[in-house]
Design a protein around this ligand. Structure first.
Ligand SMILES: Nc1ncnc2c1ncn2[C@@H]1O[C@H](COP(=O)(O)OP(=O)(O)OP(=O)(O)O)[C@@H](O)[C@H]1O
Ligand SMILES: [Mg+2]
Length: 234
């Protein structure tokens, strides 16, 4: 698996002189775990949303395994790339937690017994199996976060994109999530303000500043550069 992003430019408003992303270029290889850091408004969510085709770039390309993403290949892309949105309410829509988790694999034709096996395993792993019959819109913020992550992990995608996966989580759930992610083979791009998560989990960091890649390299080196972090508003 290889995800390649070439010279991505995103503008939300045609009249707006400002771009949310400017010339963003990088690639993500098999099994790599990359932290996506940057101040509020730096473009982290925009980048993740562009990678899954929710936001359309003004120019630039996203390619997975050398196949450039177009409108026609979005379904294929989405079968390989799992995205957890910054706001779990944007993701949960089935009445019960179990139905929500089962929805993705069902949509891709996975058999019912396998769906049940996979969903139960993921719910247990995340420590939320006791919530399986609960209504998703009545879950707490942290429970919703875990429910949304379950819906992604159950798909077993090749690449995981996560937008603030530890927001709303208490200490124990956060720790459990970090351990789960550490044990997964997938490549990951994790937008986060959780610096400890970045340094524990991600060998590589991409630092965004006002829509541009300001730094891309070793997480420890980037996090040790106080002047750089300060300039980037962190
Ligand atoms: N739907 C939208 N329409 C217009 N502008 C938007 C939209 N979404 C985001 N923006 C703008 O694009 C820029 C990048 O926003 P983005 O949400 O990608 O930042 P972020 O790095 O994820 O920030 P945060 O850390 O607060 O989540 C910001 O200036 C934001 O105001
Ligand atoms: Mg964001």
């Amino acid at each position: 698996m290889k995800l390649e992003v070439v010279n991505l430019n995103v503008k939300y408003d045609a009249e707006d002189a400002r771009r949310a992303l400017r010339g963003v270029t990088f690639s993500l290889s098999d099994g790599e775990r990359v932290a996506l850091l940057g101040a509020n408004g730096a473009g982290k969510s925009t980048l993740l949303l562009t990678l899954v085709g929710v936001v359309h770039p003004e120019s630039g390309e996203v390619a997975i395994d050398n196949a450039i993403t177009t409108k026609d290949t979005l379904r294929h892309l989405r079968s390989k790339v799992g995205m957890a949105f910054q706001n779990p309410d944007d993701q949960l829509f089935m009445p019960s937690l179990y139905e929500d988790v089962a929805f993705g694999p069902r949509n891709y034709g996975v058999s019912e017994p396998e769906i049940a096996d996979r969903a139960n395993a993921v719910l247990t792993q995340l420590g939320i199996s006791h919530l399986r019959e609960r209504m998703t819109h009545r879950l707490s913020g942290g429970e919703k976060r875990l429910a949304a992550l379950a819906g992604i992990l159950v798909m077993e995608p090749s690449v995981l994109l996560m937008d603030e996966p530890t927001s709303f989580l208490d200490g124990r759930s956060r720790r459990r999530l970090i351990e789960i992610l550490r044990g997964l083979p997938q490549a990951m791009l994790i937008a986060t303000h959780d610096i400890a998560l970045a340094s524990e989990l991600c060998g590589r960091t991409i630092l965004l500043q006002e829509g541009q890649v300001r730094a891309d390299g070793d997480t420890k080196t980037i996090l040790a550069d106080a002047a750089l972090l300060d300039e980037c508003g962190l």
